[in-house]
Design a protein around this ligand. Structure first.
Ligand SMILES: Nc1nc2c(c(=O)[nH]1)N(C=O)[C@@H](CNc1ccc(C(=O)N[C@@H](CCC(=O)O)C(=O)O)cc1)CN2
Ligand SMILES: Nc1nc2c(ncn2[C@@H]2O[C@H](COP(=O)(O)OP(=O)(O)OP(=O)(O)O)[C@@H](O)[C@H]2O)c(=O)[nH]1
Ligand SMILES: [Mg+2]
Length: 430
């Protein structure tokens, strides 16, 4: 096993930088750079030296976590040094000159932690989510899964399936007539009923949880000049989109990511909907109509009270714009992006709808499509196992496939390609 190292902190000007090391060469590297081995799990203030030249590289903190009690499960160390680019480069360059040491691949620290049982796949993914979390609700969700909430549930369900499978297999071994179900179905059901009900409940909450990860998508729609870009800028409190009196100004979709009461909501400014003569504008309109299909909500903007057109299959809130010039018809939510009037009411409306769609997503378990589809497979297999008049062989096969599906969530079975996909998306140093 090679010893790996990487900068664990971000690029750019910062006061402190952390360089992480993991693997069998950690002790020797620490001694060579820090002049000795620090007491385990205690920060030591040391002068780091380039072992080849004896030249000081920085004064910093060195920490040694002997394996297996470390984040990777291997011997692990950190140099916490000054954040300057030259300091970081100097230490990294000196490390890469050491035999047996090499720079880490993206996600390689987490992957070693996974290989050594420090975390399962659901936890590793959630750590990546935690790094990406933009709002409080997203952070809570990621932190619960990173803490092992899904892992424990899935392991519990899987244990039940394996226990039930053992019953069936014992019966298979004893009976010479495998087609007669000698196994006590009531006993099987007693083992499987609770996990089965819990899986169905978890599946029901999965869409809310996935939404929480991805954010609630709101499209701002309307005819050209309705005031869509002006609204986006007002919501983002920044000049993101070009505003002009010329109809057809916006062609590309422009996003603003907002945090509404801790929930992630993305607003998208769009090209005004009309039968455009201009080719570029028409492409813009086509893209909008395509994306609306995946949206959670559409705001239909109009100053003149024109009814929504070209939009179907998505919930619509009608927003009357330019309140300083014209009044809002009844049934419309009136705003004036110029003065800010009505924006709070609009945000409240959106936030209420977002809450309704992902309200309890923060406490849900299945936060990815990968989790949801695996549990759906497992639940269907348990259903099938409990069907009346099943042959033992088939019950056993159902239970095996249920256990296998769950094993995929935690990374216990056939997951090499999943592992590559998951860990390679991590940043280097994670
Ligand atoms: N400086 C620094 N801060 C960091 C990290 C890091 O690697 N370095 N982390 C990087 O992700 C997170 C902390 N993750 C950690 C995970 C496990 C252990 C650890 O020592 N585990 C041992 C002992 C556990 C215990 O004492 O309870 C073990 O699991 O056996 C340490 C940090 C967040 N903050
Ligand atoms: N008086 C007034 N003018 C507004 C208001 N909101 C937008 N406008 C004006 O309406 C015109 C069009 O605004 P935009 O925000 O660019 O409209 P749009 O819907 O994005 O237009 P397209 O991108 O062409 O589809 C600009 O001249 C804005 O200054 C408002 O609340 N009051
Ligand atoms: Mg516009």
């Amino acid at each position: 096993m090679e010893t790996i190292f990487a900068l664990g902190t971000g690029a750019g000007r910062a006061a402190i930088a952390v360089i992480r090391l993991s693997g069998p060469g950690v002790c020797e590297t620490l001694s060579a750079f820090a002049g000795g081995l620090p007491e385990p799990r205690r920060a030591a203030f040391v002068t780091l030296r380039d072992p080849d030249k004896g030249e000081p590289l920085d004064q910093g903190l060195a920490i040694y976590f002997p394996g297996p009690h470390s984040a990777t499960g291997e011997d692990y160390a950190e140099f916490q040094i000054h954040g300057g680019g030259a300091v970081i480069d100097g230490v990294l360059a000196a490390l890469s000159r050491r035999p047996g040491l090499r720079p880490a691949e993206p996600g390689e620290f987490a992957r070693r932690g996974f290989a050594n049982g420090k975390l399962d796949l659901s936890q590793a993914e959630a750590l990546a989510d935690l790094i990406d979390a933009q709002t409080e609700a997203q952070r809570r969700q990621a932190l619960r899964i990173a803490g092992g909430a899904l892992r424990r549930k899935v392991e519990g369900w899987r244990t039940s399936f394996i226990e039930a499978l053992a019953l069936v297999e014992a019966e298979l071994d004893f009976s010479d007539e495998a087609d007669v179900s000698g196994v006590d179905i009531a006993r099987l059901a007693a083992i499987l009923d609770v996990p089965h009900a819990e899986m169905l409940a978890a599946l029901e909450r999965a869409p809310a949880a996935e939404r929480m990860r991805d954010g609630f998508l709101v499209m701002i729609l309307g005819r050209p000049n309705a005031g869509k870009s002006t609204l986006l800028n007002a919501l983002a409190r920044r000049d993101l989109a070009i505003v002009s009196a010329t109809p057809g100004t916006t062609r590309d979709m422009i996003e603003a990511h907002l945090d509404l009461d801790g929930l992630p909501v993305t607003f998208v400014d769009t090209a005004g909907l009309r039968d455009a003569a201009d080719e570029i504008e028409r492409i813009g309109v086509d893209r909008v109509l395509e994306r609306v299909e995946t949206a959670d909500l559409a705001l239909w903007l109009s100053a003149a009270g024109e009814e929504p057109e070209c939009v179907s299959g998505v919930e619509i809130v009608k927003v009357a714009t330019k309140g300083d010039l014209v009044g809002a018809p009844s049934g419309w939510l009136g705003i004036c992006a110029k003065t800010g009037a009505g924006l709070d009411a609009l945000l409240k409306e959106v936030s209420d709808r977002a809450k309704a769609k992902m309200g309890d997503g923060g406490s849900a378990l299945l936060i990815r499509e990968r989790h949801r589809s695996a549990v759906a497979v497992a639940a269907a297999a348990v259903d099938s196992a409990l069907a009346p008049d099943k042959e033992l062989e088939f019950i056993a096969e159902d239970l095996r496939s249920a256990a296998r599906a769950l094993g995929r969530i935690i990374g216990a079975v056939d997951v090499e390609h999943v592992l590559d996909a998951v860990f390679s998306r991590f940043c280097i140093g994670k």
